[in-house]
Structures are given as structure tokens and as C-alpha cells.
Ligand binder design. Structure first.
Ligand code: ADE
Ligand code: ZN
Length: 332
């Protein structure tokens, strides 16, 4: 099964690039940038990765990314992950980027974009790994700040496929960002939003009805509302589910308790994703393997999920067709 899952051309639609920062890279960047680190070793860093909920993770995540200063740092960060993903049979990655977290530390938007774009070009050229960027708004910051970010991103708009909504969900419903998402649509950007990770089904309705999103990130709490499940199924809405993340952030107790099998039975359009692989104990292949282990899924299921991801990806039709053909050519 490992080899079959490895060979499957996998696309990852839900990944936070800042969540790919490995402890090793964190230590080397801290040293390169002459910054004191609260951790003294890689083991010390891993020991801090015991989360009780989303917020307890976000505290560590925003702390960790402070070592990112220069365009070279962002290039190294992304290249580390692109190489790992490539070794796991990932062929396309859509990366959420959190510019507000960097702007607040005095890092220019241009620095972030330049570094990430350099890595994206190298990945395309050296690894045949395509990618797209998603401009994420931090939902626990004011909507006005998101609106300002969007306006200041206009000179770089060609580099972004979509806007997204992430960070602390509870108490920050999608409706808070009605105007900024309308503006993003006007600017020709697609929309996605985290909804129903920790937040209630009502947030998923809002993401669909008010933000007009194309995909729902996470969305697992839709299972509490049968009418919503029916709607998501009928409208063939794509959910970017992150199983290892959900276990690590205690959205579910154990992988065996995850609603993924029930979501699949309900006919939902699911994709598997790693969210923040360095913090949650595994990349995309590990998420596929964890599902195989917990649910006993076979290649028929995994091919369907991988095909969903290719169909829902922000990529050229030529690339999509080529990757789908590569998948169809697999013997299983
Ligand atoms: N930012 C990074 N990872 C996140 C997640 N799982 N949920 C919300 N915001 C995030
Ligand atoms: Zn996420």
C-alpha cells in the first residue's frame, strides 16, 4: 500500500507554508539571523508540540515563524517542503500564506512573495511540482486590516489564485469578512475559507452564502447538520480535510473517531491535506497512510480522493489533464 500511495499523483489544497517550518530549519534560521530562540534543541522544540486545541497551536505557530526574516528565509522554508512533498509523490501544492503575521513583525509583503516565488519557480523547474498561492486573512484580526492587506497586494495579484480565511475560528464568523471577500471577487480572485474546524455548521453556511467560497477548508463539523451535508453533497462542494491536524488539535480524540468515513459515505467531495505538516506529525503521504491504517481504505478510495483534489485545484486545464492521465495510467 505504501508504494501505491507513494506513486499516486497527489495534490495538496490545504497547506499553510508557515506550518511547514521544521525544527531544524527554525534553529538554523534563528542562528543565521542572530535571534535568540526559546528552545535549545530540536527535541526541545518537538516537546513544545503538545496541543490542546487550535489556539494552543496557533500560539506556537506564530512564535515559530518569527525566525523568517529575509526572502532567502522564505525561499528556504518553502523549498524544504517542496522537496519533502516531491519525495512523497505530491505533484501540486496550494499554499496559504499569512502576510499579516509577517507585516506585524516589520517584514515587507514583497520579501515574503519574492522568497516564496523563487522557491515555487525552482520547484516547477527542478521537481515538476506546480503550485498556487492563497492570500490568507487572519480572522481574529480586524476586517479593516484584511481589506488594507488586499489593497496593498494588488501589485502582486498575479501571484495569487485565491483569498482564504484562517487563524482562530471561534468568535470570528465568515460574515465578518463579507466586504473584503466581495472585493476579492471583484479583483478576480477565487475564494476559500476555513469553516467548521472548531466553529459550528453556521460558519459553513456563512462561508458559502456570504463569502461565496469555492471550497471549504476542514468543514468536518458539517456532520452535525444533515441538511448542510445534503447541500454540500448536492452542490458538489469540495472539503479540504486534514485528518492528522484534527487529531493533533483535538477536533477528534483519535483517528479512528474521525468522521471521514461517514463523510465519504454521505457522498461528500473530499480531499486529504496536511495543514501544518511540521507541527502535526506528517506530510500528505502520512495523512493518506493514517487513513489507510485507521479506516482500511483501499486504492479505489484513495484514487477517488486524489482525483477530487486534481479536479478542484487552481491549475491550468492542460496540467490537470496531464496529471489525471498520469493517475489513470496507474494499474491500481
Ligand atoms: N493557521 C494555520 N493552521 C491553521 C488551522 N488548522 N486552522 C486555522 N488557522 C490555521
Ligand atoms: Zn488550515
Amino acid at each position: 500500500m505504501y508504494n501505491q500511495l507513494l506513486r499516486l499523483p497527489k495534490a495538496e489544497l490545504h497547506l499553510h507554508i508557515e506550518g511547514t517550518l521544521t525544527p531544524e530549519r527554525m534553529m538554523s534560521l534563528a542562528e543565521r539571523n542572530g535571534m535568540p530562540l526559546r528552545y535549545t534543541s530540536v527535541d526541545d522544540i518537538y516537546a513544545a508540540y503538545e496541543f490542546t486545541d487550535l489556539q494552543s497551536f496557533l500560539d506556537v505557530y506564530f512564535q515559530g515563524m518569527q525566525v523568517l526574516k529575509t526572502a532567502q528565509d522564505f525561499e528556504d522554508l518553502a523549498m524544504d517542503y517542496f522537496e519533502l512533498a516531491h519525495s512523497e509523490g505530491v505533484v501540486h501544492i496550494e499554499l496559504h500564506v499569512d502576510p499579516q503575521a509577517h507585516l506585524a513583525r516589520g517584514i515587507a509583503l514583497e520579501t515574503v512573495i519574492e522568497g516564496l516565488n523563487r522557491a515555487r519557480s525552482r520547484a516547477q523547474r527542478e521537481l515538476d511540482l506546480s503550485s498556487a498561492m492563497i492570500l490568507a486573512f487572519l480572522r481574529d484580526r480586524p476586517a479593516e486590516e484584511a481589506a488594507e492587506l488586499l489593497e496593498s497586494t494588488i501589485p502582486y495579484l498575479e501571484h495569487f489564485a485565491a483569498v482564504g480565511l484562517d487563524s482562530a475560528e471561534l468568535g470570528h464568523p465568515p460574515s465578518k469578512f463579507r466586504q473584503v471577500f466581495a472585493r476579492a471577487a471583484e479583483l478576480g480572485l477565487a475564494r476559500v475559507a476555513h469553516a467548521g474546524e472548531e466553529g459550528p455548521p453556521a460558519y459553513i453556511y456563512e462561508a458559502l452564502d456570504i463569502l461565496d467560497v469555492e471550497r471549504i477548508d476542514h468543514g468536518v463539523r458539517c456532520m452535525e447538520d444533515p441538511a448542510l451535508v445534503e447541500r454540500l453533497r448536492d452542490e458538489r462542494r469540495v472539503l479540504t480535510v486534514c485528518p492528522l491536524s484534527n487529531v493533533r488539535l483535538k477536533v477528534v480524540e483519535r483517528m479512528e473517531d474521525h468522521p471521514l468515513p461517514a463523510m465519504l459515505d454521505a457522498g461528500l467531495m473530499l480531499t486529504l491535506n496536511s495543514d501544518d505538516p511540521s507541527y502535526f506529525g506528517g506530510g500528505l503521504l502520512d495523512n493518506y497512510l493514517a487513513c489507510h491504517q485507521a479506516f482500511g481504505w483501499d486504492m479505489v478510495v484513495f484514487k477517488k480522493l486524489a482525483r477530487n483534489a486534481l479536479n478542484a485545484a487552481f491549475m491550468s486545464e492542460a496540467r490537470r489533464e496531464a496529471l489525471l492521465a498520469r493517475m489513470d495510467a496507474l494499474s491500481v
